[in-house]
Design a protein around this ligand. Structure first.
Ligand SMILES: *Cc1c(COP(=O)(O)O)cnc(C)c1O
Ligand code: SF4
Length: 415
């Protein structure tokens, strides 16, 4: 059995020894499903078929179900369905109401409260769709939505308007129309497959799709956005990896939020993908009571590097309807970034972004490292708060002579 990390009532810092246990790789174990055969357990189709999807199952498996979760689960069917793979369910700490895994996948009644500034399509994707299922926001790349299904459903999903089809959005992508659009737009050089989760397709169906995209001469770069290595690592079979490697350059962006998600099973699945030559990135969403803590985030990004996954983006939680209880502030996000940059491996530091509400795309958000910009210098600070000056004219040209007020010996040097 793996050990758990607990936040205090306010979701504050875990105790040191618990943090240390989070840094270890542990198996999700068999937990509630100890009677299932090894063949079934490691079969991704068995995992899918046996997902936790009903209130009755939840009541049976989680005696500590709270009234908020009970009510949330009843209402989820009209908003975003509940589904949790047995494998992932085992990561829930039944004794901890604030369990970071629990918060991500078990519905809560707060989901039904919508603030005036929240939206069902917070990133304005539908308004940037030239054909259904294709979002063309940036000139050289498109987001290609292939399905509305995921292995499990994240309660804060920015695409909850369509994933799981609980709202009857009835997403039916027409691959022919999507591919025709890409083929007739030579400016598009990068296609990002997402959804829903593309890795829920059979190897054959995915191969057919990748084949068609690869046959377009101007497509240089393919990528897949998936949470399968986290929700359903059993899906990352040697056969799948052998198929994917035929389509290089192919990158995969996974989605994980908390170090407890990086189990031995997930690590091994990621290892198989990396061994197939697939560069791996991670996208996290900043979530209250889940990962809005610098020490938890540090443990997470360092654990990802050990799995050959580069932390790519940290997203400010989108203004998706009913997500207020899961949203952490931008102020908190910046505090966390401040505690990463310079304090750990540069490769471990993701770019913090806000996907601009209404559809402006990803905007990088950084702590202020440039303190001022004068006629003859830039004043900057480092990760320790030490101040430095970089001599440069305001038009960007190098100075012919040292800036007047700064005499050479006054420069501060890092030791
Ligand atoms: C995130 C996103 C992309 C990819 O952006 P990158 O910064 O290149 O990773 C492309 N299209 C849309 C609509 C997106 O939301
Ligand atoms: S895996 Fe991605 S698309 Fe699916 S529910 Fe989670 S955030 Fe949404």
């Amino acid at each position: 059995m793996h050990s758990h990390i607990r936040m205090d009532k306010d979701g504050n810092l875990p105790r040191r020894e618990e943090l240390n246990s989070l840094k270890q790789f542990q198996s999700a174990g068999r937990g509630y499903w100890s009677n299932v055969s090894e063949t079934d357990w490691s079969d991704w189709r068995w995992q899918l078929k046996n997902r936790v999807t009903t209130l009755e199952q939840l009541q049976q498996l989680l005696p500590t179900l709270t009234p908020e979760e009970h009510a949330g689960t009843v209402l989820a069917n009209s908003k975003l369905a509940m589904a949790i793979t047995p494998y992932f369910f085992n990561l829930i700490d039944p004794a901890d109401e604030n369990c970071p895994i629990r918060r991500q996948v078990i519905p809560r009644v707060e989901e039904t409260a919508t603030a005036p500034w929240e939206m069902s399509d917070p990133c304005g994707e539908d308004s940037h769709s030239p054909v259904p299922g294709l979002v063309h926001r940036y000139p050289d790349r498109v987001l290609f939505l292939v399905t509305d299904r995921c292995a499990a459903y994240c309660r804060y999903c920015t695409r909850s308007r369509l994933v799981s089809n609980a709202t009857h959005y009835d997403f039916h992508p027409e691959f022919d129309r999507q591919i025709d659009y890409i083929r007739s737009n030579p400016a598009i050089r990068d296609v990002l497959l997402s959804g829903g989760d593309p890795l829920l397709f059979s190897d054959e169906k995915l191969e057919y799709l990748l084949d068609r995209l690869r046959s377009i001469p101007h497509i240089e770069f393919l990528r897949i956005g998936t949470r399968i290595p986290v929700f359903l690592p059993q899906r990352i079979t040697p056969e799948l990896c052998g198929m994917l490697r035929k389509f290089h350059p192919l990158f995969i962006s996974i989605h994980s939020n908390h170090p407890r998600e990086i189990t031995t099973e997930a690590r091994d699945a990621l290892g198989r993908l990396a061994d197939a030559g697939i560069p791996l990135g991670n996208q996290s969403v900043l979530l209250r009571h889940v990962n809005d803590d610098a020490e938890v985030m540090l443990a997470h990004v360092q654990k990802l590097l050990k799995c050959r996954v580069k932390p790519y983006y940290l997203y400010q939680c989108d203004l998706i309807s009913g997500s207020a209880h899961l949203r952490a502030s931008v102020r908190r996000g910046l505090e966390i970034m401040e505690k990463l940059r310079g304090h750990t491996t540069g490769y471990a530091v993701p770019q913090y972004v806000i996907d601009a509400p209404g559809g402006g795309g990803k905007v990088p958000i950084n702590p202020d490292y440039v303190l001022s910009r004068n006629a003859d210098r830039l004043v900057i600070r480092n990760f320790e708060g030490k101040i430095f000056e970089y001599p440069e004219a305001s038009d960007g040209t190098p100075l012919a002579q040292p800036p007047k007020e700064i005499a050479e010996p006054e420069f501060v040097h890092v030791s």
